[in-house]
Design a binder for this molecule. Structure first.
Ligand SMILES: Cc1cc2nc3c(=O)[nH]c(=O)nc-3n(C[C@H](O)[C@H](O)[C@H](O)COP(=O)(O)OP(=O)(O)OC[C@H]3O[C@@H](n4cnc5c(N)ncnc54)[C@H](O)[C@@H]3O)c2cc1C
Length: 403
């Protein structure tokens, strides 16, 4: 049999494109091929089992800020199908989404199974064929027909949608080799930093809401919440840095220096003014017991200690040298980073299909007609917060309108 459309990959973007294609072309024959024996396995574990479907960010410009790679291409894609359309799409399929205080959006059920059930019910209703345990090993095109090879079988189709997701190894893209598709080296994005010296290890669990983290000798600096862990540093400021500096840090073999400002809410001059004011007003107060600038007590004590201030000292008992040292450690603590750790098993791939090969309005290959790509296989990735699924839905929808 020759299918009208074969979708390779039974994940988020594969199902979203399949359902949207059949909504538009109900009489077309659509087959989804999945290599494992599980469908939508990443959706299942995503967002801690709750599936962070998207982010409450209706303004296109602001939304684009969350994509270290693919910003330019996503501009026209989001114009066609953005967050608003995603919320409506799920609502029309019977899934209501809710917004959390930080903007992340989840199904009201708080359960990723709701999204999976929605996709499976819709696929059945729309008569989409699905086969599992089928790994495509190569694709060829002859006389307008694609042939998809597995180890012991062959599938034929007039149109192919590649939705095989990210992979940290080139092997994951090998099946595209016969078509001569250019793949940008895949490397990891979204990870936490390992502190080489572990000087702050005993503070694991301490977090600050407004840190600023900067990579030494590079133009990467982000602010936001930061968490001290047993192995180093995590939290939104670190994850954002890991995503935007993914390539730079890979090239550095994950050995680099960072500077942390533990509170970045004031102008730099205001910290010393504030500290002086406090010293004058509270000369008899113990320094260790009276943290300033909303710094958690345990972290404040550590900053005092590394600044050479003894636990018994009052503010009147330290001179400018020590208060300057404290300010320096507060605003510019330096750490040597050696290695990375996966964040809650959540990671995405930086790299993949080089976007200049595709028409960005349709996501069709420029020279191999009827070959489309969507989801994380593209050289598009976002930070945590629902942005990766949003690009999966948006690119899948664009493909569904283009086939
Ligand atoms: C633990 C974890 C949690 C996450 N949580 C979130 C979250 O809450 N919000 C968010 O926005 N993003 C999250 N992400 C990222 C998000 O899951 C991915 O960006 C998204 O799943 C990408 O969708 P996709 O369809 O492109 O790829 P996938 O969902 O990975 O699906 C690709 C499918 O293709 C199959 N496949 C691969 N190669 C072949 C082949 N040769 N033949 C046949 N089939 C093949 C794979 O087995 C897979 O099932 C998370 C990622 C992880 C790892």
């Amino acid at each position: 049999m020759i299918y009208d459309i074969i979708i390779i990959g039974g994940g988020a973007s594969g199902f979203f494109s399949g359902i949207s294609i059949k909504d538009r072309l109900p009489n077309s024959s659509v087959l989804i091929l999945e290599k494992t024996n599980k469908l939508l396995s990443k959706v299942k574990v995503s967002g801690g089992g709750r599936c962070n479907v998207t982010h409450d960010c209706l303004e296109s410009n602001k939304l684009l800020e969350n994509y270290p790679r693919g910003k330019e291409e996503l501009e026209s894609i989001f114009r066609q199908f953005g967050v608003k359309e995603t919320i409506e799409w799920f609502k029309n399929k019977g899934v209501k989404l809710k917004i959390e205080s930080d903007g992340r959006m989840f199904p009201e059920s708080n359960n990723s199974q709701t999204i999976i059930d929605c996709f499976l019910v819709e696929s059945k209703k729309l008569k989409i064929d699905i086969e599992m345990g089928v790994t495509i090993t190569s694709i060829n095109k002859e006389k307008e027909i694609f042939s998809l090879q597995t180890i012991d079988n062959q599938y034929f189709s007039k149109c192919v949608v590649v939705a095989t997701g990210g992979s940290n190894k080139m092997d994951g893209y090998a099946f595209l080799q016969p078509l001569g598709i250019t793949i940008l080296d895949p490397i990891p994005s979204l990870f936490t930093f390992n502190d080489k010296n572990l000087f702050f290890k005993h503070l694991a669990g301490v977090s600050v809401p407004n840190a600023k983290v900067e990579i030494h000798n590079a133009d990467f600096c982000f602010s936001g919440p930061l968490l001290i862990t047993h192995w180093g540093f995590s939290g939104p400021a670190i994850l954002k840095l890991s995503a935007f500096a993914a390539k730079h840090l890979f090239d550095k073999k994950y050995t680099f220096k960072i500077k942390i400002c533990w509170n970045c809410t004031l102008n730099s001059d205001d910290y010393s003014l504030e500290l002086e004011r406090f010293k004058i007003k509270n000369p008899k107060k113990n320094i260790y017991s009276n943290p300033l600038f909303d710094i958690p007590k345990r972290l404040w004590e550590q900053l005092c200690q590394i600044s050479g201030i003894e636990p018994i000292r009052n503010w009147s008992e330290i001179g400018n040298k020590k208060s300057n040292a404290l300010l320096k450690n507060l605003l510019q603590s330096e750490f040597e980073i050696s290695g990375k750790t996966t964040f809650k098993e959540e990671f995405v791939t930086c790299g993949g299909i080089e976007m200049s090969q595709l028409n960005t309005n349709t996501l069709q290959h420029k020279t191999i007609k009827k070959l489309f790509f969507c989801g994380e296989i593209l050289n598009i990735d976002g930070i945590t917060g629902g942005f990766n699924f949003q690009s999966a839905w948006s690119t899948a929808w664009v493909v569904s309108q283009s086939v």
